[in-house]
Write a protein that binds this ligand. Structure first.
Ligand code: SF4
Length: 141
């Protein structure tokens, strides 16, 4: 799958997919298989469901690889409040909320509402998870 940002539009909603952030949780595939289907091309077909349903399933994406923008005046995504951090067994930290991610010098590198952050220390896409924990034997409750 190409690594550049992918965009899929209807008149009602735009869905973007950032491959480098995807941790293959498959919540999109199981949540709305008529829209998200990796065996089809394009693999995202937002026209296959109404915009509210597409938006609701996009918000389930824990990594923030999927995002949306309404083009029909529908509600924009709002960050979870309070923000929450959910450690995944032997895996990353899922964070949701109004999250500013900073580099070591304190400069903001991203402002996100959903992200999966590396907990094993091995990600080549730090601070984001790239599923290295599945290969390097990382264990954490
Ligand atoms: S829900 Fe998000 S992280 Fe999970 S497979 Fe779909 S795009 Fe990737």
């Amino acid at each position: 799958m190409p690594r550049k940002l992918q965009e899929y539009h209807t008149g009602d909603i735009s869905v973007t997919f950032e491959p480098a952030l995807c941790i293959h949780s498959a919540r999109c595939l199981s949540g709305l298989p008529e829209v998200f289907d990796v065996s089809a091309r394009p693999w995202v077909r937002p026209e296959a469901a109404d915009a509210d349903t597409v938006a609701e399933v996009v918000r389930r994406c824990p990594s923030g690889a999927l995002k949306y923008e309404r083009r029909d005046g529908g509600p924009a995504e709002v960050p979870d409040a309070p923000a929450a951090v959910s450690p995944q067994p032997d895996g990353p930290l899922w964070v949701r909320g109004d999250i500013a991610i900073q580099d070591a010098a304190g400069a903001e590198i991203r402002h996100v509402m959903r992200a999966a952050l590396c907990r094993c220390g091995g990600s080549a896409n730090a601070p984001f998870c790239d599923n290295t924990h599945r290969r390097n034997g990382f264990r954490a409750p």
